[in-house]
Write a protein that binds this ligand. Structure first.
Ligand SMILES: C[S@@+](CC[C@H](N)C(=O)[O-])C[C@H]1O[C@@H](n2cnc3c(N)ncnc32)[C@H](O)[C@@H]1O
Length: 239
């Protein structure tokens, strides 16, 4: 990955999602490793501490290890933690300390106040993809409004653990319901602003190889709407 070219505009598109190291695209709703790679290289230096509190299959932590950063990953689902553990088992010359915890992003009791250099995370998009059937506080089981209420707790907790002058980044998409758009992205961003974060960037990320595209194509034609083909990456900071 020498001479890796960083993004330099507010529109990102990765037609080739990236499958270097142990990355695989098979965890539902995973993000391309290009996303954490860009955010980590722009907003941290070697040995900094990164938090992904919705770690999923560990994409962010793999990038942290490759880039010689320390990292903490949290997920509420054992399945995600097992996959992450497996994918982090690769040899490296770096001395990164990578820790995984089972926990709830709303209550990060294992993390001290003002201790994280970068938050780089990717919550569920309300209940668009359900990651479990009945795990308590699994935010992927929540409807739109309930999800936003719980993200209020998450943003307060992220504000607590982030160092002053440091960045919190997350990716999220909108929802199409009965033909109309529920603006989950901007509503979640507003929750973070309400809790003290300041907005640095809104990045539009083009979606590729979306599993549901074929299903939506027919519906879009019948109901006369555009297919949602973007997500947002919000970058905010704590003053
Ligand atoms: C969109 S996925 C993250 C995918 C990840 N970026 C990747 O590349 O694999 C969201 C994750 O949030 C987890 N999750 C849901 N509710 C949570 C909570 N309250 N605290 C921590 N993790 C949670 C889910 O189990 C799921 O693994």
């Amino acid at each position: 990955m020498k001479n890796y070219e960083l993004q330099n505009t507010s529109i990102w598109s990765f037609p080739d999602r990236g499958n270097w190291s142990t990355h695989k695209g098979d965890y539902r709703g995973n993000w391309s490793p290009h996303i954490p790679r860009n955010l980590i290289l722009k907003y941290t230096k070697i040995n900094d501490l990164i938090l992904d509190c919705f770690v999923g299959s560990g994409t962010t932590l793999i990038e942290a290890k490759l880039l010689n950063r320390n990292a903490i990953g949290v997920d509420i689902n054992n399945n995600a933690l097992n996959i992450s553990k497996e994918r982090l088992r690769f040899a490296s010359h770096n001395s990164s300390m990578i820790k995984l915890y089972k926990g709830d992003a709303q209550k990060l009791t294992m993390i001290n106040d003002d201790s994280i250099d970068l938050i780089c995370t990717h919550p569920p998009y309300a209940n668009i993809i359900k990651y479990s059937k009945d795990i308590d506080n699994d935010l992927s089981l929540l409807e739109y409004n309930d999800f936003l209420l719980h993200m209020n707790n998450v943003s307060k907790e992220l504000y607590r653990v982030l160092k002053h002058g440091h960045f919190c980044s997350f990716m999220i998409g909108d929802i199409r319901k009965n033909g109309d758009v529920l603006p989950l992205g901007f509503r979640t961003m507003q929750v973070f602003l309400n809790n003290g974060f300041i907005l640095k960037e809104i990045i539009i990320k083009e979606q590729h190889n979306c599993n549901s595209t074929k299903y939506w194509k027919d519906r879009a034609q019948n109901l006369n709407f555009y297919l949602l083909a973007h997500e947002y990456i919000f970058v905010l900071y704590k003053q």
